[in-house]
Design a protein around this ligand. Structure first.
Ligand code: F6P
Length: 348
């Protein structure tokens, strides 16, 4: 049987996924491997839905957003014998390795497959949220920050013309990385991120000080998972929906509408909301993300050759290395206080 390696992309899509697929295939094919792509994440493994990734299929995809394999938030642990079925699929197809490209959910499944079945899995860290603890940066994050920064830049002029408060809501789930980076890059006047809830009074006071000092606008960047600190020091959570996905995550989005109403009520300032949503995940990756994704893909291929099962390619400083999958998904990587304090020090 020819040497076979499977590859899948799971969870929310993200710019750079195709660059990883291309790098894995181009690196391994000269060693005699055939690459099989599972469609739609773990769903493809459960359904045995697989396609050969020929030379032609992976040509011209480096700069293309999304994933040529499709993705899903299917969680095999939610199916009867789901993990067992995945392990059997890997064995049945005679895969030397399965490369899972995903965030904490997709890689959490890979980690369990290794722990329980010793399946030859390798992880590659993706997510625009940049919240994976096993690496210094996930690919896709840079593109999302770039898109959000461009939006903030554009909102400045219209905010100033109308003497308005502009609230820009960005993604990131329970980590404020996108808000922090885009906020700092775009010169935000206030940041609200999940890690450090602030009282509404503080936001309003900050807006008042700016307007009274002669500034004609204020830009507030809000992370979709942010909450307000209440008078009792507790935080209140505002979700768009109470529904959850198969990994138990609530659907976020819309917190800035509630914030806007509260700001208007308290200050009377004209306030508008822009929710960037999935535009942050769409389209072509930045050059930085293409290179990072390619480095991850190349390294994952080396890990196959070295049989480093149960590990994830990881950026440590400027070097790509690898870490145990188990450690990589152990906790969410959140914004540290010192970075947040730096952003606050720059409010003007
Ligand atoms: O994890 C990536 C992410 O874009 C989050 O920032 C966001 O909360 C979520 O996915 C949105 O998921 P969906 O594409 O299922 O709406």
């Amino acid at each position: 049987m020819p040497l076979r390696v499977g590859i899948l992309t799971g969870g929310g899509d993200c710019p750079g996924l195709n660059a990883v697929i291309r790098a894995v295939a181009r690196t391994l094919v000269p060693f005699g491997y055939r690459i099989l792509g599972f469609r739609n994440g773990w769903k493809g493994v459960l359904d045995r839905d697989v396609e050969p990734l020929s030379k032609d299929r992976i040509a011209g995809i480096l700069h293309v957003g999304g994933t040529i394999l499709g993705t899903s938030r299917t969680n095999p642990r939610k199916r009867d014998d789901g993990l067992d079925s995945c392990a059997k699929c890997i064995d049945g197809l005679g895969l030397k390795a399965l490369i899972a490209i995903g965030g904490e959910d997709t890689l959490g499944v890979a980690s369990e497959l290794f722990d329980q079945f010793k399946s030859p899995v390798i992880g590659v860290p993706k997510t625009i949220d940049n919240d994976l603890c096993g690496t210094d940066q996930t690919f896709g994050f840079d593109t999302a920050v770039q898109i959000a920064t461009e939006a903030i830049d554009r909102l400045h002029s219209t905010a100033e013309s109308h003497r308005r408060v502009m609230i820009v809501e960005v993604m990131g789930r329970n980590a404020g990385w996108i808000a922090l980076h885009a906020g700092v890059a775009g010169g935000a006047d206030y940041l609200l991120i999940p890690e450090f809830p602030e009282p509404l009074e503080d936001i309003c006071e900050s807006l008042r000080v700016r307007f009274e000092s002669g500034k004609r606008f204020s830009l507030v960047v809000v992370s979709e998972g942010a909450t307000l600190k209440t008078q009792r020091g507790q935080t209140g959570e505002v979700y768009m929906s109470q529904k959850t996905d198969e990994f138990g995550h609530k659907f976020l989005g819309g917190v800035s509408n509630t914030l806007s109403e509260q700001i208007i009520q308290k200050t009377g300032y004209e306030t508008r909301v822009t929710i960037l949503g999935h535009v942050q995940r769409g389209g072509t990756p930045t050059a930085f993300d293409r290179v990072l994704a390619t480095r991850y893909g190349y390294h994952a291929a080396q890990m196959v050759l070295q049989q480093k099962w149960g590990s994830m390619a990881s950026l440590q400083g400027t070097a790509i290395t690898d870490v145990p999958l188990k450690d990589a998904v152990a906790r969410t990587r959140t914004v540290p206080r010192e970075l947040y304090e730096m952003a606050k020090a720059l409010y003007g």
